[in-house]
Design a protein around this ligand. Sequence first.
Ligand code: UDX
Length: 435
Amino acid sequence: MKISVIGTGYLGVTHAAALSSLGFDVVGIDIDSEKVSSLKKGIVPFFEPGLQELVEEELQGGRLQFTNDFSNAKDCEIHFICVGTPQRKDSLAADLQFVDSAIEMIGPVAKTNSLIVGKSTVPVGTAERLAKRLSELNPSVELAWNPEFLREGFAIEDTLRPNRLVVGVTSDQAESKLRKVYESLIAAGIPWIRADLPTSELVKVAANSFLATKISFINAMAEICEVAGGDVTVLAKAIGYDPRIGSKFLQAGIGFGGGCLPKDIRAFMARSEELGAKQSLEFLREIDSINQRARQRVIDLVRLEIGSDLKGKRIAILGAAFKPDSDDVRDSPALDIAEQIAAAGAVVTVHDPKALGNAKRRSPQLTFVDNVETCVKDASCILHLTEWKEYRDLDPVAILKRVKEPVIIDGRNALDRELWEKSGWRFRGLGRTTR
Ligand code: UDX
């Protein structure tokens, strides 16, 4: 079976390479010719563990190719739409221009009786609207929706071994075509859920809203621990043993960022308002505020530790990516905090193992260095904001000699507090009392 994947961003490249590794002939299509020419050479323009190697392997195997010419998709049975749906600049809603134009481009060239499958995260109702448009462009082609749930840093694993496969379809033929694509995953026992189009769109945003709620819940508990003298890391561990709650996504800290959770909960709120059900998702506004407050609280902690006037103080920031094992800085809490501290007059130096290039492009006003030793030199305070393994492995004794003041604030509650304190550091964590 020949398959096309439209959009070669993070989701599209992973999906294309994964399908190719399952034995399909895959053509990845993008309008960005720079991206396409780098992918043709086997260069993945972002960091995702294992993806570069997988793309190289599949290109060499001859089943995977990249192009910016939509006519190369004319023999394909299935077309997956993997384009971005970022937040609009003028509102909380999602910008759907890329999905709309993908349908306009692929619709007319898609072969008779082929299937177009949306994977992008869209506001509920989008698939039905696009299906209507497609019936005008090419009536023999059907539309289905198959949301992705992949996490950055685990993209290949989440694509080839997802927790579940959800397909929104309007016919048995569409479902059986998708079953053929995912045959080996279904055989491996991955749960298969058939839904209608709106439910399949909602599953994705509901899942992300739940995850965001869990993170903000524990960050609200962190706020309470701070005023009541508790320790949120112990609290999270204790409630996490209840299987109804579960221990995952209860890591208190500076909160969620990235290209998905923040924009998805905002677009969901905007859509609920359009549907006349604003009240149902009003709580997500609070989830968003708790998340934004976490960024402020870490800055308050810095002022508490080294004085409220930050002018001229050297502050070392460990981490710029929104999470470890990623070079993505979209809505990154770490970079946001770095920018705010620099705007308050501090001399900020930022380190990140992989995200320096993207961080520099987004925040050219900051100073970036590629090694931790230079980053922490003469610092009055170190802020640990992205929990890379490299930071957990740091030797607090060696670092102590390089700083001006031995103050470390763990914005991710991921460092070994005992070890740092034993080595002579003043250690602070969000939601944890001082000892
Ligand atoms: C998320 C969803 O997990 C994924 O299913 C969906 O398809 C896309 O959005 P991703 O954006 O890659 O994936 O990141 P995720 O691992 O979910 O983390 C999101 C943010 O939450 C990160 O900034 C992370 O640091 C933060 N986080 C996560 C916490 O602050 N605490 C936690 O306990 C977990």
